[in-house]
Write a protein that binds this ligand. Sequence first.
Ligand SMILES: [Zn+2]
Length: 177
Amino acid sequence: MASSEEFLEHFIYFHKRLRPPSKWEWIVLHHSKTKDGKTVSWGAIRRFHTKVRGWASIGYHFGIELLRDQYEILLGRSLLMDGAHCKEKGLNRNGIGICLVGDFDIAPPPEEQLELALKLCEWLCVEFEIPPSRVIGHGEAAPWKTCPGLKFPLEEFRTRLAERLDERLDLRGGRKA
Ligand SMILES: [Zn+2]
């Protein structure tokens, strides 16, 4: 299901109030690379996680996929539920899982997709008071994995996210962290 930005903001706001905000302390980024190297769709990931693995819902909390001609943020499992995306370091319990659909071992994500991931992380960081340093790639918790891809610009992503969060603080007259 594609989601409007307004709906997503309400979705995050609503979930934050139902669950203690201290619960989500990390954001873990993934890509959808499959073993055969094919890019799969959000629907296919959902079916695989629920029908094949038998999980209650798709493992990630959010997805970012190209739908027709533009990238969309897609809803995954409820933020009221633990994730099923990163068992390493217990991050299923306190890490929000975001999957960018694509294979970034081969090429970096397109700017449009990165930009939408930044926007989503910006909302989540503000709502759950997560610092950019706690936005990590799956492989940073599980070094034997390349997820979210060898070509994914993780350091650049955190830097850009920190800049956006600084700008927000400036707009509110707050101090820079
Ligand atoms: Zn992963």
